[in-house]
Design a protein. Structure first.
Length: 393
């Protein structure tokens, strides 16, 4: 067996209503002044109320930063860091989607370590201290609450990652009740994102390992079996719970067996056209999977029965194709947009998208098949009019 490392947060709490317990968890660190990192939409929806009430009842001083935006720009992160230092914060709490959680990770690290954001892009460059960190996701998608990764949009609209164990939180707090009100289109996009995490972890070229494999398989089962239901009936708390658990398990998987070309091609779509990350993934997913079939077909065949029990007993090639078709059917059933054109991409934009995708070397190196500029351009071209949703057989 090949050697591997595996890192996860030290503490996880999964419970309906768990966000009410942030005050007692913060007390473990003797924290008096707490920075809440979120966005206005999440706070206006009342998703931070239980936590805020609990902290105020416990006599904690709460400082609010609610200026998080999707695909967090570096200047927003730096403003939050400055606020954190000025207010002499003891602990950082984030309640929100992946952008809020990623922002909070970097704020907790930069405010304590004194490092500059520009100096820690890449893998393992953040080595200093950070403030105590509690993360509470409000979507079943990014898995950011259990990953040592934060994604930043630079002033040139390039997406860069900071990867370091220092970004793992002290507590990941999963409260399914916070996901019940998610609109169907957000539920679908974030759910597809989580499924991509599981798939790319299972097929990751360099760091695939037995633990990430098991987590990826379990995550894919939970997500694929519940995503249609939560898109139809968002009030189903049990299905929401299964999705949130699946998202977390997928996050653990890809945190240790990193994602690849789907994410590499999705990042420029999000950065340039401000398309939500999960939807960006869905728009290129089928094209990347079909491109990878010659190199990853046997692994897709192993995953196929999880998506489609009818794939049991089929040949490797047939099962792999059934896997791709099964994912396309999930996207269609959940009404995920089928083409780049639907999100404002034009044919003239494809060269820039392909050029920016090729900059994602941290991700592309993990893909089971090497991706060239011409390959990326071809996948974007296929996705432009939605042809990628056509069946493979």
């Amino acid at each position: 067996m090949n050697p591997f490392t595996f890192q996860v947060p030290s503490n996880i709490l999964f419970e309906s209503g768990a966000s009410k317990k942030v005050a007692e968890l913060a007390a473990e660190f003797g924290a008096q002044r707490i920075l809440l990192v979120t966005d206005r939409g999440v706070r206006d929806a009342g998703l931070t109320r239980a936590a805020e009430d609990a902290l105020k009842a416990a006599g904690r001083d709460l400082v609010l930063f609610e200026d998080v935006v999707a695909d967090p720009p570096s200047n927003v992160i730096e403003r939050a860091v400055a606020l954190c230092r000025d207010e002499r914060i003891d602990l950082v709490l984030s309640i929100g989607g992946g952008s809020a959680l990623d922002t909070a990770k970097l704020v907790a690290y930069l405010a304590k370590s004194g490092d500059q954001l520009d100096d820690i892009y890449g893998v393992g460059l953040a080595k200093g201290e950070r403030l105590p960190l509690l993360l509470v996701p409000t979507t079943a998608g990014t898995g950011s609450e259990v990953t040592p990764i934060a994604i930043v949009t630079t002033p040139t609209t390039e997406k860069k990652g900071v990867v370091s164990p220092r970004l793992l939180p002290n507590w990941a707090i999963l409260d399914p009740e916070l996901t019940v009100g998610l609109p169907s289109h957000v539920t679908a996009a974030t759910g597809i994102d989580a499924m991509v995490h599981a798939i790319e972890a299972y097929t990751s070229r360099h760091k695939k390992n037995p633990m990430s494999d098991q987590l990826a398989r379990q995550a894919l089962a939970l997500l694929s079996q519940n995503i249609r239901e939560v898109c139809r009936n968002g009030a189903n708390l049990e299905a929401r719970s299964q999705m949130l658990l699946g998202s977390m398990l997928a996050g653990m998987a890809f945190a240790n067996a990193p994602v690849a070309a789907v994410h590499a091609l999705a990042y420029p779509i999000g950065a340039i056209f401000h398309v939500p990350h999960g939807l960006s993934n869905a728009l290129v997913l089928m094209g990347v999977l079909r491109f990878n079939l010659p190199a990853a077909g046997s692994l897709y065949a192993e995953l196929a029965p999880i998506i489609d029990p009818g794939a049991n007993g089929l040949s490797t090639d047939e099962a792999a194709k059934r896997f791709v078709d099964g994912l396309a059917a999930i996207c269609r059933d959940c009404k995920v947009p089928a083409s780049l054109a639907e999100v404002g991409v034009r044919e003239s934009d494809l060269p820039r998208l392909a050029e920016d995708a090729m900059k994602q070397t941290r991700l592309l190196v993990n893909n089971p098949r090497e991706v060239t500029y011409a390959d990326a351009f071809a996948i974007y071209s296929e996705a432009l009019d939605g042809k990628q949703r056509q069946a493979t057989v």
